[in-house]
Design a protein around this ligand. Sequence first.
Ligand code: PBG
Length: 324
Amino acid sequence: MSFPQSRPRRLRQSPLLRKMVQETVLSVENLICPLFVIHGKGVRKEIASMPGTYQLSIDYLIKEAQEIRHRGIPAVILFGIPRKKDGRGSEAYSPTGIIQQAVKAVKDRVPDLIVITDVCLCEYTSHGHCGLVKGNRVLNDPTLELLAREAVSHAKAGADLVAPSDMMDGRVKAIRTALDQDGFEMTPILSYAAKYASAFYGPFREAAESTPQFGDRKSYQMDPPNVREALREVAMDIEEGADIVMVKPALSYLDVIYRIRSAFNVPVAAYHVSGEYAMLKAAARLKWLEEDRVMMETLTSIRRAGADLILTYFAKDAARLLRP
Ligand code: PBG
């Protein structure tokens, strides 16, 4: 049937009718809110390029976690800024590291909030790379043991899920093995499986103080033009024991999300990253875009592409609109 028998506009006549035939639903349960935690007390320092996002000391982190839970958001992912950085990223796997303290505090005070931890070395190493470094090279295999130790220390502190973001080969297997050996066989792994070497991480590196001191991350993060390689990374991570796989960033990689969703049956997460957030915030500040509308359109597009879960700095703002 074609026009005039067929008129797609018939189903767009009223808000209620549009809602009835809406194909994609964004709900607050899909959201994960990233938070940055730092040593000290009474610290709540806004990140210049990410308005509305803060480095928080643990006292403020707890307040934020309470509010996030109160708004119906099920989960947070924590990033830590250590007091001291060194060549081996020691604070990443120290039992008294910033993340280990933060996880304990949040699980203690807001027990029904799901706490995910980012497992990586870049915030903790003096060179700012995600693995051990020799000369100008980022070493793969010797890094695995440290990542496994970090993941176990997060689980010991009470983390509900661990999320390796380093992009070393074999890290999911190393982490799964170590968790199982320590009795954490029920702790799921959310792997940053298809993580691209993206310029959209710029603001995050200011927030997490994790800019590489030399070179870039192109020898371990994926090359943006590739998608077959993303499918291979995901297949390997699932094989190694990943429970949820992530694509990162989200917007410039919606096709990657779609391909992964179509090819695999595990839940897919997408990280709407710092630079994607900063772009919308900046345009909204200039009144060039309507913030609430572009936010919801963006998050819904990530769901439509096939993401079950979305990590986003907009989580609280979106929750406000989803659950007024
Ligand atoms: C750590 C990590 C990064 C992000 C999440 N985990 C930065 C990076 O790889 O340089 C980026 C998140 C964002 O930009 O919002 N490896």
